[in-house]
Design a protein around this ligand. Sequence first.
Ligand code: FES
Length: 161
Amino acid sequence: MDAQLAQQTDEVIKHYGTDAEALVEILRDLNQIAGHLSPEHLLLIAQRLNLPSSKVYSVASFYSLINIKPLGRHVIRFCEDAPCHVAGGREVWEALEQELGIPFGETTPDRQWSLLTTSCIGACAVGPVMMIDDEIYGNLTPEKVHEILTQYREADKGGAV
Ligand code: FES
């Protein structure tokens, strides 16, 4: 097992203890430190907390802010809850898939973009809404999606984002 991976996991568990009730916090913090949770992370957490690995995996895969796959340079989280959906979310959803050439849940082959969904992020008044990394973008339209992604691509070329 990777020594760094074991060290990261043990540090987070040391902070929260081995009570199974802390599972979500442990997964969340470790995800933040490691960028994503590998099968080795999940197995180690299961061992340390004395839980079935299937339980740890199902909790990790349930939460949209916990990643069980490596992600791209930029992570798009598109709100899929009803208020955003009725505000035109379907067209924006399709525009994102088309613009990036990948379906939701995937990362582009060049590892520049990951396209994920999220539940409500509290910006329903300006739906449809997405986050790119830590930035929130609202009142989205297919045209606006194109503009925003173009800005990121341009900035990446210049090394600014
Ligand atoms: S429903 Fe989309 S931000 Fe609240």
